[in-house]
Write a protein that binds this ligand. Structure first.
Ligand SMILES: NC(=O)c1ccc[n+]([C@@H]2O[C@H](COP(=O)([O-])OP(=O)(O)OC[C@H]3O[C@@H](n4cnc5c(N)ncnc54)[C@H](OP(=O)(O)O)[C@@H]3O)[C@@H](O)[C@H]2O)c1
Length: 200
């Protein structure tokens, strides 16, 4: 399984650190020449590979860590996402329900990534919290996952476990997704809820 993070700003770099912490290789890309952010990637860890957008979309699992408004630009890099998994880390904060057409934000992302399998997740915590070691007092920090594709949700769940988190599956994008997204300038009920799961 190969991984890429598209968007190497605050949350993209934080996600890269979670991969580096567990020694799992991941490519990172933005609109810029990879040389321009190579030193930042190298500083995070040896398994973090700066690359072009065209190369990043070759990965089996692509984390979408750009502003919600930029998702169509990423989606059009490939005409068909051919079963690839897209982890939607975006929060459409400030986008009105009218502009959303009354739809969950992850459904809009899923429509844009034709042929792809979207899992919404890793988006409910601020970067400064996600940045911390997910092992907390004998438990593991929770990440919420939602998808209309059970297999994709399970695969991202397994990755979340490998990264040291405790995944909680919330169901489909129209059910779970709504709990972990922005609603114009309000937040879904599970956003910012920093939970730790203890498996006994
Ligand atoms: N920051 C947080 O604490 C946090 C937490 C949870 C979720 N989120 C969500 O995560 C997303 C990113 O937030 P952020 O705070 O990390 O934003 P940011 O710091 O502004 O970073 C955005 C990144 O996306 C890249 N980018 C923009 N357009 C792109 C495109 N078309 N193709 C590839 N890369 C592109 C930018 O690089 P270039 O412009 O140089 O190409 C930059 O690296 C947002 O949707 C936000 O709501 C953020």
């Amino acid at each position: 399984m190969t991984y890429a993070i598209i968007g190497f700003g605050e949350i993209g770099q934080t996600l890269a650190k979670t991969f580096a912490r567990k020694g799992i290789a991941v490519s990172v890309a933005t609109t810029r020449d990879p040389e321009s952010f190579a030193s930042t990637a190298v500083a995070i860890g040896p398994g973090i590979t700066p690359t072009t957008l065209a190369e990043a979309v070759e990965a089996d699992v692509v984390f979408l860590a750009v502003r919600f408004q930029s998702h169509p630009d990423v989606a059009k890099v490939l005409p068909d996402w051919q079963g690839k998994i897209i982890v939607d880390v975006t929060n459409a904060y400030g986008v009105s329900a009218k502009d959303m057409g009354g739809r969950p934000s992850a459904k809009i992302v899923a429509d844009a990534f034709a042929g792809g399998r979207v899992v919404k997740g890793f988006n409910h915590l601020v970067a400064a919290v996600l940045d911390q070691d997910p092992a907390v007092q004998g438990g593991r920090r929770v990440v919420f996952l939602s998808s209309d594709d059970d297999d994709a949700a399970a695969q991202v769940g397994a990755l979340a476990e490998d990264l040291g988190f405790a995944p909680i599956q919330l169901g489909g994008l129209s059910e779970g997704g709504l709990l972990v997204q922005a609603h114009d300038k309000n937040w879904g009920r599970l956003i910012f809820k920093d939970l730790v799961r203890f498996d006994r």
